[in-house]
Design a protein around this ligand. Sequence first.
Ligand code: NDP
Ligand code: ZN
Length: 185
Amino acid sequence: MMMFNADDMTLFLAALKFAAVKHRKQRRKDCEATPYINHPIEVAQTLWQIGGVRDNVLIVGALLHDTLEDTDATSEEIEQHFGSEVLALVLEMTDDKSLPKLERKRLQIEHAPYKSKRAKQLKLADKSCNVSDIAHSKPHNWTLKRCQAYLDWSKEVVAGLRGVNTALEAHYDTNLCAARVSLIG
Ligand code: NDP
Ligand code: ZN
């Protein structure tokens, strides 16, 4: 396990700024239209605080995990600024947007067991945060049924991610139970 030094902090802050700029026009789907950047920050914090992750490639990858999929960021930019390991991780987090949405969701379940150890942990943190968002700040136009379908789908993805970080897995399980209770409560 790697530790954090000054170079790590330099890269961390550069990634935070890069993601903030790239996501600047985007909002989450909740009622308050929360600034999008709050989500990658929360995912990075979950890895650090809950998962005990001290691998800077993984923390930086968390900050950048939605930039290729959702912004005009390019692979070249990410490799140039953050290196090939970070790029490889962000690519593992990026769905093929040329495919229909339901096919993309099916492939997330199918591909989960074959992801790298880093990507599995990042996906666990990402799904934990989204499930928590369903409980506390769900997409403004989603019905109960749609929220429950999201929870069911995320559980199937997470089934393929287990075996890499027990704390993150337990955190997801806790968030999933809390979200189910909050939806029917
Ligand atoms: P998704 O199900 O992919 O949307 C969920 C994603 O939105 C999350 O994974 C998260 O992605 C992001 N997100 C942004 N804000 C929030 C928030 N506040 N809470 C939770 N997640 C948030 O939805 P799409 O709109 O892309 O739809 C995918 C397909 O699923 C569509 O074809 C839809 O019709 C279909 N569908 C419809 C259902 C229905 O009942 N009508 C049920 C299930 C699926 P990230 O981590 O990347 O930020
Ligand atoms: Zn995400």
